[in-house]
Design a protein around this ligand. Structure first.
Ligand SMILES: [Zn+2]
Length: 356
């Protein structure tokens, strides 16, 4: 059932309308950030079309057909040639293709073409998912075009992508595009607690660092997260308590180390949550709006010696640097400069105008 999925209420309404009208397009394009549930939404369509005891227009999620659609048979090893085929679910009419390496292959698109032309084996419709459709190259995109041009009415192809702009216009124009939004932190938090993926305290932290992606919230290695947070706490301490520039440069250097390359963005995210927390504490608003509740003692200490005019500036300095990084300035130089700018003394209070 769509309502059991997290977030994207607008998309749920739209898909329900499509199902009610019995007008599921032959080619759909689900566009939106990675790991926000696009695949689960696509599978709900497959369930709705094949369910043996539908609830309204939706799949029940419990009949043998729905259950089997929920289970993909992934190849056993990452080296397996089976990745070049269709990865079927336990249901003979629902499958998916994934790029074995960097691109989706022509032979994969030909397989979809062949399979899409068969009538459904056991259900009422065949549904094929194409994961990371932005990995189509010219050749495989052209092979796919043939199916998209005239899909049999019992077959549906759902392209999933976080980069719709990378698709050829000819592909995009043949698909009905549905845009997904990133999830809110509250939606992620509720999901993690409801599905017992994390304790309430941990869920709160995971949700805040997930940047809208449920997948990221779940996959985040908490040990590594704690490690990163410890390092960023040091930065904030050096900025507010010790005013230790050597420590700041050391932290900037660490942030740029190759082994932390993949963590660069998330470390900055964490730093921002810490700054916000210390800021909130210094404003003496209730503790419940704090993200890093478990660090309350350390954060209180920071907030006690924090000049309240500075945190807003720090956050915008971080954001500005991130924008600059998009246009590819030297990351190392930018990080050094960022920390030193942040360390610069707060602007003096605006002088009261002298009235004679
Ligand atoms: Zn069912």
């Amino acid at each position: 059932m769509l309502d059991q999925l997290t977030g994207n209420e607008r998309v749920k309404k739209l898909l329900k309308r499509i199902l009610e009208a019995r007008r599921v397009p032959g080619a759909l394009l689900f566009a939106g950030e990675d790991a926000i549930g696009k695949k689960l939404f696509a599978l709900e369509i497959a369930k709705a079309l094949n369910c043996r005891s539908p609830r309204g227009v939706e799949g029940c999620g419990q009949c043998p057909s729905c259950v089997r659609i929920g289970k993909f048979n992934y190849p056993q090893s990452s080296e397996s040639d089976d990745w070049k085929g269709i990865i079927w679910t336990d249901h003979a009419d629902v499958g998916m293709v994934v790029a074995p390496k960097r691109v989706l292959l022509v032979e994969q698109m030909r397989l979809i073409e062949r399979e899409a032309n068969y009538r459904p084996y056991e259900g009422k419709a065949r549904v094929f998912l194409i994961e990371d459709a932005d990995k189509l190259n010219d050749a495989s995109a052209n092979a796919l075009l043939k199916v998209l041009e005239e899909p049999p009415h019992t077959s549906h192809i759902v392209l999933l992508t976080s980069r719709p702009a990378m698709l050829l216009p000819t592909i995009r124009s043949r698909c009905q595009m549905i845009r997904f939004s990133p999830l809110t932190a509250a939606e992620i938090e509720t999901h993690l607690v409801r599905n017992k993926i994390a304790s309430p305290n941990e869920a709160r932290i995971r949700a805040r660092v997930a940047r809208g992606s449920l997948g990221r919230a779940v996959a985040q290695d908490l040990a590594s997260f704690n490690e990163q947070r410890k390092a960023m706490l040091q930065v904030l301490q050096a900025l507010s308590i010790s005013e230790d520039r050597i420590q700041l440069l050391r932290s900037a250097e660490e942030l740029n180390e190759a082994k932390y390359k993949d963590e660069y963005e998330s470390r900055l995210d964490i730093l921002e949550t810490l700054i916000r927390d210390a800021w909130i504490l210094s404003l003496r608003t209730p503790d419940e709006s704090i993200v890093n509740e478990d660090l309350l003692p350390q954060l209180k200490k920071i907030s006690a010696s924090l000049d309240r005019r500075r945190p807003a500036g720090w956050i915008s300095q971080i954001e500005e640097m991130r924008e600059q990084l998009i246009v590819n300035i030297n990351r190392k130089a930018a990080t050094d400069a960022l920390f030193l700018t942040m360390a610069a003394a707060a602007p003096p209070l605006q002088r009261k105008r002298f009235v004679p």
